[in-house]
Design a protein around this ligand. Structure first.
Ligand SMILES: Cc1cc2nc3c(=O)[nH]c(=O)nc-3n(C[C@H](O)[C@H](O)[C@H](O)COP(=O)(O)OP(=O)(O)OC[C@H]3O[C@@H](n4cnc5c(N)ncnc54)[C@H](O)[C@@H]3O)c2cc1C
Ligand code: FES
Length: 269
């Protein structure tokens, strides 16, 4: 983990209502793995205001790339950041996705900015799989080309039917799995392995499927964060270990990526 004062090299519209922020951050870039995040002090907010967490969209060549959408106080203030500005950034933080997945066939399921870390993962994974991207409407779908360039098949679902299949992303996922054969693998097929990043309801649906099918699942949980470094416990998630014992894990340290078998849903207060 590094605390760096980094320079903004690019800040542009990206698509899907998102902005692309490119930072010159050699230390953070060299350590980052997909699924980790950075914690940014947003200029224009009070010193005492919390930093804001953002998934690493890509890291390499001394740069860290982020995609963000202006949804509130901090992200609206970020719109004012200009090329050449200096930002205080802590990262990379948290536990990312595993990339040493053996001989499984990876399925990525993404909604919203969840597409960012999964795009990064698609670039570094040694094998190719299928990326399922879901959104309300076509203009909210982005990064399709990232996956295609990395040799992945992409399946899109929109709730209004304006792009890809009409309905939830789990619909196209279920169709694919039904056609695949045995999800746990057979003589000529690899077992499926699920990687989810997006809204909580979607993650639960993905985790439920992985468990019901006897497959490995990895879920990046978006917990509200305070310190981002394990000290304040603002981000805790109820988890269950292999013996069935329930405890709390910190989204910013033990997560944000959790094994689907660990997550205890709907009881985090
Ligand atoms: C590990 C992690 C990775 C993230 N990666 C990205 C990313 O790559 N791109 C991106 O655009 N955003 C990402 N976020 C969410 C981003 O941090 C929030 O959008 C941001 O904190 C909101 O700050 P704000 O001050 O603009 O909004 P606020 O004014 O604080 O809140 C505006 C609205 O957003 C909701 N909100 C705030 N924080 C979160 C959160 N963590 N999850 C869900 N809803 C929230 C609030 O409840 C409120 O309704 C990530 C969050 C986490 C925890
Ligand atoms: S955000 Fe403080 S412990 Fe996780």
């Amino acid at each position: 983990m590094q605390i760096e004062d980094v320079t903004v090299e690019k800040h542009d519209d990206f698509g899907g209502g998102y902005r692309l922020l490119v930072l010159r951050a050699p230390g953070i870039a060299s350590e980052s793995v997909p699924g980790q995040f950075v914690h940014i002090r947003v200029p224009g907010l009070y010193e005492s205001d919390l930093r804001r967490p953002f998934s690493i969209y890509h890291a390499g060549n001394d740069q860290v790339r982020l995609l963000y959408k202006a949804v509130g106080t901090g992200t609206n203030a970020m719109l004012k950041v200009a090329v050449g500005d200096t930002l205080s950034v802590i990262g990379p933080l948290g536990r990312g996705f595993p990339t040493d997945h053996g001989d499984t066939f990876p399925l990525f399921i993404a909604g919203g900015y969840g597409v960012a870390p999964l795009s990064f993962l698609a670039q570094v994974m040694p094998c190719k799989g299928v990326a399922f991207l879901g959104a309300g409407t076509a203009s909210d779908i982005f990064c399709v080309e990232d996956f295609e360039r990395a040799g992945w098949e992409v399946k899109v679902a929109t709730e209004d039917g304006s792009m890809g299949s009409k309905g939830l992303v789990t619909g196209v996922l279920d169709d694919f799995v039904e056609g695949y054969g045995d999800p746990t693998g057979g003589s000529d097929k690899a077992a499926l392995e699920y990687y989810g990043c997006g809204p909580g309801g979607m993650l639960k649906a993905v985790g439920d499927r992985a468990l019901a099918q006897g497959c490995q699942g990895w879920l990046s949980l978006d917990r509200h964060m305070g310190c981002g470094v394990g000290a304040c416990l603002a981000c805790v998630q109820k988890v269950r270990n292999a013996d069935g014992d329930v405890s709390w894990a910190r989204g910013c340290r033990e997560g944000p990526v959790f094994d689907a078998r660990e997550v205890v849903w709907g009881d985090n207060e």
